[in-house]
Every structure is written in C-alpha cells, then in structure tokens.
Design a protein. Structure first.
Length: 129
C-alpha cells in the first residue's frame, strides 16, 4: 500500500517536472479565454441595459481578435521554447568539435600528457622519485 502511494507520488512528480511549462501555460490560456469571454458577456449585458446595441457587433470582432491573440501567444511561447530546447541539445556537440580542433598551444594539460609516468599525491608524500 505504501509503495503504491510512493509510486503515484513519484509518477506525478515526474510528470510535473517534465511538463510543468506546458501545464502552466495551458492553464493560463484557459483562464485568459474565460476572462475574455466573461468581459465580453458583461459588455453585452451592459449594452443591453443601456439599450445601445450599436457597438455589439464590433465587440464580437474584438472578442475573437483577443481569442486569436491569446492562442497565438500560446503557440509562439511553445514554438520558442521548443527551439531553445533543441539549441541546448545541439550546442554540446558543436563545442566538442571546436575543442578538438584547437591547437596544443592553448591546451593546459599538454605537459601532463607528455610525461612518461604520472605520480599521485600519495607518491609525493612517500617521497618516491
């Protein structure tokens, strides 16, 4: 029973760590869409109470533009996040190629590689030559 709960907790932690940005951004998108819809509904109620329906058609245009803007920002965020993640995985490979192409003049370990025998700290303490 305790292992089952520990497994569930570990699984939830793994999912949260892996998909935290996606979960949070999706929740923010839903909250944004709900707010835009609520504000539009309040505006329509207000215009109905004022008996002024002249701007209600334009309010639908603004509502759908706000929806489209929110969804576009959501997809742009995930597109840029995906590009940043792919750059992080591609950078170490390019750094390794440039590190091997450098000359031995800049290599601080070149003198160590040229030694015939390497000695440890214990060899120095014992006085071995």
């Amino acid at each position: 029973m305790i292992f089952k709960q520990a497994f569930r907790l570990a699984f939830v932690a793994l999912i949260w760590k892996q998909y935290k940005a996606v979960i949070i951004s999706t929740l923010l998108l839903f909250i944004y869409l709900f707010l835009v819809s609520s504000i539009h509904s309040d505006f329509l109620t207000h215009t109905e109470l004022q008996n002024d329906a002249s701007s209600s058609g334009l309010s639908f245009v603004y509502k759908w533009l706000a929806f489209a803007l929110g969804v576009a920002v959501y997809f742009l965020f995930h597109f840029l996040r995906g590009r940043k993640a792919s750059k992080k995985t591609a950078e170490p490979a390019s750094k390794n190629v440039s590190a091997t192409s450098d000359s031995d003049e800049d290599d601080p370990f070149a003198s160590i590689r040229e030694r015939k025998e390497l000695r440890s700290r214990a060899d120095f303490l014992e006085g071995k030559d």
